[in-house]
Write a protein that binds this ligand. Structure first.
Ligand code: IPE
Ligand code: IPE
Ligand code: MG
Ligand code: MG
Ligand code: MG
Length: 296
């Protein structure tokens, strides 16, 4: 199967799980509707990274499905809030009007909140998940996710993104630091979660952490390149926004070709690091290759 087909299959699995497991009872219909609206669509790459890593430790997809769905809901929260008028002010997302354009700004804030909280509940309150992996691993996985999302992670990164916007002379290292926080930690997180659930050795966890961080950096560099070279219809979101909004990106300070080269170097390093392990990570490598070659 091609990577794109694997992603599509996984996306279906995740979306079905979300719709079936997100409680409707006692929820204002507008909230339920907007949460589902925000959670649908997208590549569901982070879920696939979890499946691939857990799979390397012989854990079936079905067993990690609650966590995979939760991670994707949390990721969707980050997109919904990222699009708000006070942040990136984006009208389109995943090929349709962004959530606040469809349901209003207040719902953009509140459905975003809901996606974060309900995303955590997806696996923390799933009896089967708890029975399969136990409290200790569940808490460890939560720690990974919350660390990636917190003030030193995604939230802090998004703040830096705003502080650097329109600012002259932002250094390349500061941009990469911002990329790691706002994006790379949450790409690394599902890989770390898979290794924790699979009882990976300390050495394997360390290598996977380095690998995941590099792939995460590649992911944001590629996102910025695509913003410049790809069309909105193919991206499902507004292209050309970074330059128009004066975002501090690697593409802005180094140009598209140089940024592409930096990304390829990071990918090669990631590849070599993972190859130092004897376990079969071919699916994880294929997904990571997709990160740097993707067109959307
Ligand atoms: C976009 O993430 C936001 C960034 C972190 C750059 P994705 O490209 O994974 O978005 P979807 O989930 O496929 O829509
Ligand atoms: C978003 O980065 C990162 C997070 C959502 C945390 P971008 O602002 O570049 O993402 P897009 O391009 O809007 O998807
Ligand atoms: Mg942004
Ligand atoms: Mg944005
Ligand atoms: Mg972007």
């Amino acid at each position: 199967m091609f990577v794109e087909e694997i992603l599509e299959k996984n996306a279906q699995l995740i979306e079905n799980f979300m719709v079936n497991h997100l409680t409707k009872e006692g929820v204002p219909p507008i909230l339920w509707e907007s949460v589902i609206y925000g959670a649908m669509g997208g590549k569901k790459l982070r879920a696939s990274l979890l499946f691939a890593t857990a799979g390397a430790y012989r854990i079936e997809e079905e067993r990690v499905l609650p966590l995979a769905a939760g991670i994707e809901m949390i990721h969707s929260f980050s997109l919904v809030h990222d699009d708000l008028p006070c942040i990136d002010n984006d009208d389109f997302r995943r090929g349709k009007p962004s959530l606040h354009r469809a349901f209003g700004e207040a719902m953009g804030v509140l459905a975003g909140d809901a996606l974060l909280v309900e995303g955590l509940r997806m696996f923390v309150e799933n009896e089967e998940f708890l029975r399969n992996f136990g409290w200790r691993k569940t808490v460890a996985v939560m720690q990974v996710l919350l660390r990636a999302l917190g003030n030193q992670g995604m939230v802090g990164g998004q703040v830096l993104d705003l502080l650097y916007q329109g600012k002259e002379g932002v250094q390349e290292e500061d941009i990469l630091d911002m990329y790691r926080r706002k994006t790379a930690f949450f790409i690394q997180a599902p890989i770390l979660c898979g290794s924790i659930l699979g009882d990976a050795s300390k050495k394997e966890q360390k290598v996977l952490a380095q690998f995941g961080l590099l792939v995460g950096e590649c992911f944001q560099i590629k996102d910025d390149i695509l913003d410049v070279i790809q069309e909105s219809t193919r991206l499902g979101k507004t292209a050309g926004k970074d330059l128009a909004q004066g975002k501090a990106t690697l593409v802005r300070v180094r140009g598209t070709q140089e940024a592409e080269k930096i990304m390829q170097d990071k990918f090669q390093t990631a590849y070599r690091i993972l190859e130092s392990l004897s376990r079969d990570f071919s699916l994880l490598l294929a997904l990571s290759h997709f990160v740097v070659t993707r067109e959307y």
